[in-house]
Design a binder for this molecule. Structure first.
Ligand code: FAD
Length: 324
């Protein structure tokens, strides 16, 4: 009987990188078997891919009427997956859409929720999660008390995805009976923001971020050039997005996206606490700032004190030389 259920986020039948990371984390946790819950359009296709990352069983729900991110039906399907698997631990990607579903499923199953975990360990049958609190000023270790299941949201890139399952999961279609009230919303249009061919920030293993130190919007051309050399996503501070230099969906921080890439490069970013809240769990932080006293240097693994326009072009040149 699987002990850990991973809610797999997938895109048109392809599990997202974060889902493979969490399946790997579930396997490493060693709480017993690992099951995957795949909900919405493309669930069956995605189910074929979760075995490679360690899922023994894949619970699928791709009702022909299912819409991506339809809260009520997906909540009912997640509850059905929890009941069918008997899982006491539910791991999910810490993402606002998924948290919406998980919060409701937790209420219905009497469970407790911990979001934004960056590390997991097992203490008997409880999961102890590590997470940043108070805007990243403190690190806490916490576990769910009282009723089970334990719902733990895992931040993207907190774990690396490593294959390790036997390659195929047993697929179990869920039988979800939806009351009429579960169909109270209809998605009439989905507008995908242009990514410009770059990875999505929460999926990227490298993010190059520009701040007010760029001076004006044209500075983002330099940031994009560096990002493209590294195959990275582009992030921005709120000062840069508020100034209209870069779209708001690229904002990192307390009121922007939370990211945890393998490598974060902050260029002309001071490292205000609200910005740090969204990026300080990055595995490696590199800062380029002309002010040696900038707060970002206190959390940076590597820092360059200098004018970003003098530092970045030779950096790009050197990277391109090494890639040849
Ligand atoms: C409620 C609230 C929520 C907020 N949420 C967020 C959030 O989600 N994300 C966020 O980012 N901010 C957020 N902020 C804003 C935050 O407090 C800072 O104002 C913001 O992060 C500053 O952005 P910045 O570092 O780009 O700009 P600045 O603080 O102006 O820093 C610019 C840096 O660039 C350096 N610099 C200047 N020129 C150069 C150059 N040529 N080369 C190299 N370095 C140079 C300067 O030394 C400076 O350190 C929030 C604020 C509040 C009150």
């Amino acid at each position: 009987m699987p002990e850990t259920l991973v809610l797999v986020d997938h895109d048109a039948g392809a599990p997202k990188k974060v889902s493979n990371q969490i399946l790997t984390a579930a396997r490493q946790l060693g709480a017993g078997g690992v099951a995957a819950a795949l909900l919405g359009p493309g669930a069956s296709d995605a189910a074929e891919k979760v075995g490679a990352f360690g899922a023994d069983t894949a619970y699928t729900w791709d009702d022909p009427d299912a819409q991506q991110y339809d809260t009520e039906p997906e909540t009912a399907a997640l509850v059905a997956a929890i009941e069918s698997s008997g899982a006491s631990i539910v791991l999910y990607p810490a993402d606002p859409f998924i948290t919406d579903i998980v919060a409701r499923a937790a209420v219905r199953t009497g469970g407790g929720v911990i979001g934004d975990a960056t590390d997991l360990e097992l203490d008997d049958d409880r999961v102890v999660a590590t997470k940043a609190i108070f805007g990243g000023d403190m690190i806490s270790r916490c576990h769910v008390v009282g009723d089970r299941p334990q719902f733990i949201g895992v931040k993207p890139n907190a774990f690396s995805a490593e294959e390790g399952g036997d390659g195929s999961a047993q697929v179990v279609p869920l039988d979800v009976s939806l009351p009429e009230t579960a169909r109270r919303a209809e998605i009439v249009e989905v507008h995908e923001e242009e990514s410009g061919g770059r990875p999505e920030m929460t999926e990227a293993s490298i993010i190059v971020t520009g701040g007010r130190g760029l001076g004006d919007a044209s500075g983002f051309e330099t940031i994009e050039q560096l990002a493209d050399t590294l195959g990275a996503a582009v992030g921005a501070s709120r000062a840069a997005t508020d100034a209209g230099w870069y779209p708001h969906q690229h904002q990192i921080g307390q009121t922007g996206k939370t990211v945890a890439p393998g490598l974060y490069i902050g260029c002309g970013v001071s490292g205000a606490i609200q910005h740090r809240a969204g990026m300080q769990t990055s595995q490696r932080i590199v800062a380029i700032n002309k002010d040696a006293e900038a707060p970002i240097f206190s959390i940076a693994d590597f820092g360059v004190v200098g004018d970003l326009y003098k530092v970045i072009p030779p950096l790009i040149e050197e990277l391109e030389k090494r890639q040849q």
